[in-house]
Write a protein that binds this ligand. Structure first.
Ligand SMILES: [Fe+2]
Length: 227
């Protein structure tokens, strides 16, 4: 049980390092884990009690937002700490309310000051990369992009992770405001002091191609064929 887990994690680290280095060289993702196998091991890292607690916090946040959601959709809520082991600082929760072959619409939730770590949706094969628009339904979301190196205010980067959060141009989004992240742009999100509920509009890509800057990150492995 433990042996394959270790092997798979090593593959992902190698993958993240290689692809991170090659992110802008046009030679992408030469080493990639098999997502179907890898997914089996993803849930192992989070303490079940903690997962249960944060899940109910996310659900409360979503209900508070007033976004209409069916009970059976609420049960689809997934918490992802990206394998980094510090969910309140780095991670997110989501519910895909629509997944077709071409389109993905997601309710993305962030706890207070929680960061969805820096990543990029790179081009690969015939795909130019994911374009994603994030719109705040409740609370505040800060978007950091590589548009510029200067932040407007001190940025709450998780301690010791500065080198993985290099995109520092801040855009604060309040309820009803939105931001489009163009393909192949380094970016990360952070919830405001009340947390945030967002709706995200995205074209479908192979999410296993996403490059997270922290090499320990396990990413968000959703294949274009996943329904
Ligand atoms: Fe993204």
């Amino acid at each position: 049980m433990f042996f394959p887990q270790i092997v798979i994690r090593q593959q992902v680290t190698v993958h993240a390092l290689k692809t991170g280095i090659k992110a802008h060289s046009g030679r992408l993702n030469e080493v990639r884990p098999n997502p179907k196998i890898y997914k089996l091991f993803l849930k192992v890292t989070m303490n079940p009690e903690l997962e249960k607690d944060v899940k109910s916090e996310y659900k409360e946040l979503l209900i508070k937002s007033g976004f209409p959601i069916a009970a059976k959709e609420l049960e689809l809520l997934e918490v992802n700490d990206l394998g980094l082991g510090d969910i309140r600082k780095e991670g997110f929760a989501f519910i895909d309310i629509l997944r077709t072959k071409r389109l993905r619409i997601t309710i993305l939730m962030l706890l207070p000051n929680q960061s969805l770590p820096q990543h990029v949706h790179p081009p690969y094969e015939e795909e130019i990369g994911k374009e994603e628009t994030i719109r705040v339904i409740f609370g505040q979301t800060k978007v950091y992009s590589s548009k510029d190196n200067q932040g407007h205010e001190p940025i709450l980067i998780p301690a010791g992770k500065e080198k993985y959060y290099t995109a520092r141009y801040e855009t604060k989004l309040e309820q009803g405001q939105q931001y489009t992240v163009t393909p192949n742009t380094n970016h990360w999100f952070q919830g405001g002091s009340e947390g945030a509920v967002n709706i995200c509009f995205q074209n479908r890509v192979d999410e296993t191609r996403n490059i997270f800057f922290d090499p320990k990150s396990e990413g968000c492995l959703i294949m274009p064929t996943d329904e």
